[in-house]
Ligand binder design. Structure first.
Ligand SMILES: Cc1cc2nc3c(=O)[nH]c(=O)nc-3n(C[C@H](O)[C@H](O)[C@H](O)COP(=O)(O)OP(=O)(O)OC[C@H]3O[C@@H](n4cnc5c(N)ncnc54)[C@H](O)[C@@H]3O)c2cc1C
Length: 352
């Protein structure tokens, strides 16, 4: 029988658990129900006890490591805190969100406990195999072309879950009984003075957004009037992102233009795009419930990056583009400049 521990941490505000933590709670809860294993949640943060109410309705045993030393992400203190939580829970299977904070320390903590770790986990469940029932984790390899199913006998077994693979736990907050764990804070050499976030406010990649908005190279191409309208394109795209909260993806052709344009090709470019926005075979494979492609042809190397986008729509002038060939649910054969201007006007009018 396993003892499952979900490791969680509070967000930058210090009061609530992060969304990725709550997604991992869902995974742990489902697995404990399937396997009949005991279930615990460990919380790390400045005031971890205060955040516990949000997950108390799971019925899990709750452990907290609190204090000034755990207010900020820092290897020495986070690793010591998580190690203490794992020891207190006597966990055999530890699920943790692949947040920047935990991805940094999880392998080190697994090593300290003599355990093993697997990362980029998309699912974990009880499965029947030849020898009976066993816990299996799944993850993708080779740009989501191969799905591997992993089982291990060694314990403790750490699994880092990718964000977006489970719904965030959303039980009613209730009064929590929390076991506070005392940690001998290790010698600290790193002082966190604050955060410096580039592009704050103009951030275009938003992993938690419900919608992925993809811009293709068509936005910078000559339009039916024989002219390019790149500044209008940029304004429309940024307005839509601001009004809808969508995350911005791009085709390779469009992000490459930026690089080439800087290398001397006399082509106007969209200055806010980087290769981090690129979706596809040689780009990213984000997880958003919905996607809207604009001015993009929907070729296979691009569309493979949409593997985890369930509802797909596209706006393209070309009735024979890849999206119309089974890659999107709805394709509007229309001018994206006109459609997005109208959509933005409607969103603007609805603004509270
Ligand atoms: C090994 C390899 C790896 C690759 N990896 C990737 C990858 O990771 N990601 C990726 O994206 N690509 C990748 N590609 C490139 C991919 O094959 C395509 O070349 C690329 O996706 C095309 O980008 P696009 O559709 O934006 O541009 P285009 O093919 O130029 O299409 C532009 C589209 O915009 C439409 N359009 C123009 N104006 C308007 C308007 N006003 N309204 C509506 N529609 C309009 C046009 O009809 C056209 O369909 C890869 C290719 C190779 C060979």
């Amino acid at each position: 029988m396993e003892t499952i521990l979900v490791l969680t941490h509070v967000d930058d505000g210090g009061a609530a658990l992060t969304r990725a933590s709550l997604e991992t709670v869902t995974a742990g809860l489902e697995l404990s129900r399937q396997s009949g294993s005991s279930f615990a949640i460990g919380i790390l943060g400045l005031d971890a006890e205060a955040a516990a109410g949000a997950v108390a309705a799971t019925g899990a045993r709750l452990f907290a490591v609190s204090g000034e030393a755990f207010a900020q992400a820092r290897y020495a203190t986070d690793a010591a805190g998580c190690e203490a939580l794992c020891r207190a829970a006597q966990a055999t299977l530890i699920l943790a969100p692949a947040s920047a904070r935990f991805a940094r320390i999880a392998a080190g903590v697994a090593h300290r406990l003599g355990g093993v770790i697997d990362t980029h986990i998309a699912d974990v469940q009880m499965a029947s195999n030849a020898g009976g029932q066993a816990i299996e984790a799944t993850r993708w390899f080779y740009r989501q072309r191969i799905e591997a199913v992993i089982g291990r006998e060694l314990r403790p077994w750490f699994l880092l879950l990718d964000a977006g693979t489970h719904a965030a736990y959303a039980g009613e907050p209730v009064a929590a009984q929390v076991e506070s764990i005392a940690v001998a804070v290790p010698a600290v050499r790193t002082v966190v003075e604050g955060f410096r976030a580039p592009m704050r406010g103009t951030q275009t990649i938003r992993p938690d957004a419900r919608l992925l908005f993809v811009a293709g190279a068509g936005w910078t191409k000559k339009q039916p009037d024989g002219q390019v309208h790149v500044s209008e394109a940029g304004e429309q795209i940024l307005s839509f992102l601001r009004l809808s909260g969508a995350s911005l993806g791009s085709s390779k052709s469009l992000t490459d233009q930026k690089a080439d344009g800087q290398a001397g090709e006399d082509q106007p470019v969209l200055p806010f795009l980087t290769h981090l926005n690129q979706i596809g075979q040689t780009g990213s494979t984000p997880r958003h419930p919905k996607g809207l492609s604009t001015c993009c042809h929907g070729e296979e190397p691009h569309a493979v990056g949409w593997r985890f986008i369930s509802e797909r729509r596209a706006i393209s002038l070309d009735a024979n583009c890849g999206w119309t060939r089974g890659k999107a649910d709805v394709v509007y054969v229309a001018d994206a400049f006109q459609v997005m201007a109208r959509v933005n006007a409607l969103l603007e009018a609805r603004k509270p």
